[in-house]
Design a protein around this ligand. Structure first.
Ligand SMILES: *[C@@H]1O[C@H](CO)[C@@H](O)[C@H](O)[C@H]1NC(C)=O
Ligand SMILES: *[C@@H]1O[C@H](CO)[C@@H](O)[C@H](O)[C@H]1NC(C)=O
Ligand SMILES: *[C@@H]1O[C@H](CO)[C@@H](O)[C@H](O)[C@H]1NC(C)=O
Ligand SMILES: *[C@@H]1O[C@H](CO)[C@@H](O)[C@H](O)[C@H]1NC(C)=O
Ligand SMILES: *[C@@H]1O[C@H](CO)[C@@H](O)[C@H](O)[C@H]1NC(C)=O
Ligand SMILES: CC(=O)N[C@H]1CO[C@H](CO)[C@@H](O)[C@@H]1O
Length: 410
């Protein structure tokens, strides 16, 4: 299934049970609970729920369309639950450009930058979505954004991590469209069920990895105005601190946690900067503005918003490379953007990675035998507990890790 990205059209599809057999056929439907509710309210209830059981190729929904200004917008917990149970999330078929434009516009309204009459109506809707969140919780939340290829083998570790913190987080998953359609997620995936955002193919080292990151950020921004922190994670990643430790650490500063180094004398940094052409990054991104760091971050809402509002840096970082492996935009783009718009706010990656004895640019992957209490303890206490997450762990390490959750989440 090529062409999702090339055509600029995110996949439309639907998670549903196959009529023929017990197996789940996963088709990806693009929806936010937010948009789904808007759609439902705009078009009447409850017959429109049928929409979630068939798989239209495209849906034309105007996020801000308001066909009946006078109708109150009910906070109907049952409707929300029903939408979730069907696994539908992110019900939209917008191009990336449209998605990002809408997320930026919604943010303008939330921040009071747009106070037109139309905007105040939209704000009322956003606020009633807020009240629609489980029992009206207004807590700041962490958006856990999983950038995966073919599954979440360590999901049971995450389930334990999330347990008891339902009001304090949201989950978003970006996967390989082919795989999602073929296998996908099942209700058995617990908290991960129904959390997939419209996804498109990605290749290692290519700009489309960053497109996936921007897509995750835009969906998470739109989905819940209470999302205050945005963590990017991979399928081989585990949490190595308990939920409250991470929440508390993020809540006590206004900074983001992302690697953003400046290496004025590094040949590699210079090679990467020049990889699109000797002067291709000029004038927007002089070498002195160019930053280098790990892809894995947890950033504040204002920084996530800076990414989707950005029109200065992304057009440069998405330029084609002279050689595919030369640019690595996921190690430069967000790092450069945040450090330039908000200097000194980056404070290093939250994710422990081991480069011990590795080749080919892949970090070390811990197997069963290496996954010992000693290793976990060393990761947890490294640099006074600065790491929240660790990668990479092999799927086989799952049971060993589950056996150690007391230590992991001490
Ligand atoms: C809308 O915002 C502008 C600029 O911030 C301000 O000048 C104007 O008074 C505002 N209008 C209303 C109705 O609040
Ligand atoms: C303000 O928000 C409304 C509703 O989303 C939108 O139609 C309008 O274009 C926005 N105005 C500006 C100046 O962005
Ligand atoms: C987050 O920080 C605010 C302000 O410092 C504080 O009032 C609040 O209790 C903190 N929340 C949590 C869950 O720690
Ligand atoms: C790195 O690998 C070497 C050899 O395999 C091993 O002796 C050493 O303990 C490892 N270091 C870390 C930090 O894992
Ligand atoms: C789990 O821990 C118990 C007791 O410490 C041990 O006997 C068992 O082998 C462990 N299982 C795995 C899969 O590590
Ligand atoms: C924790 C809690 O109070 N949950 C309640 C939230 O609201 C729904 C719907 O009203 C209840 O069913 C839950 O028990």
């Amino acid at each position: 299934m090529k062409g999702d990205l090339e055509s600029g059209q995110p996949t439309a599809g639907l998670w549903r049970r196959s009529a023929a057999g017990g197996r789940n056929v996963a088709l990806l439907l693009t929806a936010t609970v937010l948009c789904a509710l808007w759609l439902i309210v705009d078009q009447g209830l409850p017959s429109q729920l049928q929409m979630f059981t068939s798989a239209p190729a495209t849906l034309s929904i105007d996020h801000f369309a308001d066909r009946d200004n006078t109708r109150p917008w009910p906070c109907d917990y049952a409707v929300q639950k029903s939408v979730r149970e069907r696994g539908a999330m992110m019900l939209h078929s917008w191009s990336d450009e449209e998605l990002i434009k809408r997320a930026a516009r919604a943010e303008d309204i939330l921040e009071g930058l747009n106070n037109s009459t139309e905007a105040s109506r939209v704000l009322l809707k956003i606020q009633s979505v807020l009240r629609c969140k489980p029992n009206g919780s207004q807590n700041p939340k962490i958006a856990f954004m999983f950038l995966i290829s073919t599954g979440l083998p360590l999901a049971p570790v995450w389930e334990k991590f999330f347990q008891g913190n339902e009001d304090l987080y949201n989950i978003y998953i970006h996967g390989k469209p082919d795989w999602l359609r073929r296998v996908g997620f099942d209700v058995g995936m617990g908290v991960f069920w129904g959390r997939v955002v419209p996804s498109a193919s990605t290749q290692r080292l290519a700009p489309n990895i960053v497109e996936a990151e921007r897509r995750l950020l835009a969906n998470a921004l739109l989905d819940d105005p209470n999302n205050e922190w945005f963590a990017l994670l991979s399928e081989s990643c585990i949490p190595i601190q308990n939920f409250h430790y991470i929440y508390g650490k993020m809540n006590e500063t206004s900074n983001s946690r992302i690697d953003s180094g400046y290496f004025p004398h590094s040949g590699l940094a210079m090679t990467r900067w020049k990889a699109r052409g000797d002067t291709a990054m000029l004038p927007e991104v002089p070498f002195s503005a160019f930053r280098f760091g790990s892809q894995w971050f947890i950033i504040r809402r204002r920084h996530a918003v800076a990414v989707i509002r950005d029109r200065k840096y992304w057009p440069k970082f998405r330029l084609p490379c002279r050689r595919l492996e030369a640019c690595v935009p996921d190690e430069h783009y967000i790092q450069t953007l945040i450090d330039n718009v908000d200097e000194g706010s980056c404070h290093g990656s939250p994710t422990f990675i081991s480069w011990n004895g590795t080749t080919g640019g892949h970090p070390h992957s811990f197997g069963v035998d290496e996954t010992t209490p000693h290793l976990i303890e060393a990761m947890k206490t490294q640099q006074e507990g600065r790491y929240f997450f660790a990668r990479k762990f092999k799927p086989e390490a799952l049971n060993t890790l589950l056996n150690m959750t007391d230590l992991l989440f001490r």
